[in-house]
Design a protein around this ligand. Structure first.
Ligand code: BTN
Length: 270
């Protein structure tokens, strides 16, 4: 059955704005746009670009990690990008990804059991199905970050029975997990507040690692991680001090700073 989409107007999204706060002081909404990340990057050039938020009901060129397309039907999900000028060293850019993942998970757990799959997927805490992902794009000047666009896509009211066949084996949505429609505006409000708290923490020198470990369902599992140099299979035992995944494989310990966990498959008990 296809449920009617809970209607959200531009004015309704405004309810998630946070006047006088750093993140979300201005929310720009689009019925349809290429990619919210591209628009947020443009907004970063404005004098008050830091903390501006772009929300779209539909993207015609939504991007995922590793050059993949990000699919989302109009009016059902959360498609949001935040323009930021993080006060961070370029070498600490990884913290922004973990901090954003934590903020997104915090916003979701109010309505559904969500865990983090390293490095930045939101997954069902019960069966690993993917409910959302992050696309973080950073810019550096010398050894400092000069800007960042934090893009977040969350399947909110896109029910499994309405998804393309190719996604049905691996995806889920907050509404499927909660068993009821989820308020997208309230979700955005929680997300922006949590993101500001996480950003404050990492800019003050407090690492997100401990809190990320606590929410990360990859640790303790047997995984296969696809990297640029091939794949490694073993037990994911920890995250190192720079957020890299430590995998104990038969041939020894591997430290993977960038890659994609392609196992365990949804529902596997590994
Ligand atoms: C992934 O898991 O591959 C990351 C998906 C990120 C999708 C979001 S939707 C809002 C923002 N705009 C984009 O084009 N991509 C991100």
């Amino acid at each position: 059955m296809i449920e009617p989409s809970p209607a959200v107007t531009d004015a309704a999204w405004e309810a998630a704005s946070r006047p006088m706060r750093r993140i979300g002081h201005t929310i720009e909404t689009h019925a349809s746009i290429g990619s919210t990340n591209d628009r947020a990057r443009e907004l970063l050039a404005l004098p008050d670009g830091d903390g501006r938020v772009v929300v779209a009901e539909e993207q015609t060129a939504g991007r995922g990690r590793r050059g993949r397309e990000w699919l989302s039907p109009p009016g059902r999900n959360l498609l949001v990008s935040v323009a930021l000028r993080p006060r961070l060293a370029a070498q600490d850019a990884w913290q922004l990804g973990l901090a954003t993942a934590l903020a997104a998970a915090d916003a979701c757990v109010a309505v559904a059991p969500i865990a983090l799959k390293w490095p930045n997927d939101l997954v069902s805490a019960t069966d690993d199905r993917k409910a959302g992902g992050l696309l973080i794009e950073t810019m550096a000047e010398g050894d400092r970050l000069s800007g960042a666009v934090v893009g977040i896509g969350i399947n909110v009211n896109w029910r499994l029975d309405a998804m393309p066949q190719a996604l049905r084996g691996t995806a889920t949505s907050l509404a499927d997990l909660a068993g009821a429609p989820v308020d997208r505006v309230a979700l955005l409000g929680r997300l922006l507040a949590a993101l500001e708290a996480e950003l404050d923490a990492i800019e003050a020198g407090r690492s997100p690692l401990e809190r990320y470990r606590a929410r990360c369902s990859t640790l303790g599992r047997t995984v296969t991680v696809a990297t640029a140099d091939g794949s490694v299979t073993g037990r994911a035992v920890d995250l190192d001090a720079s957020g890299a995944l430590v995998v104990e494989a038969e041939d020894g310990r591997h430290v993977v700073s960038s890659g994609e966990v392609v196992q365990p498959a949804p529902g596997s008990a590994a």
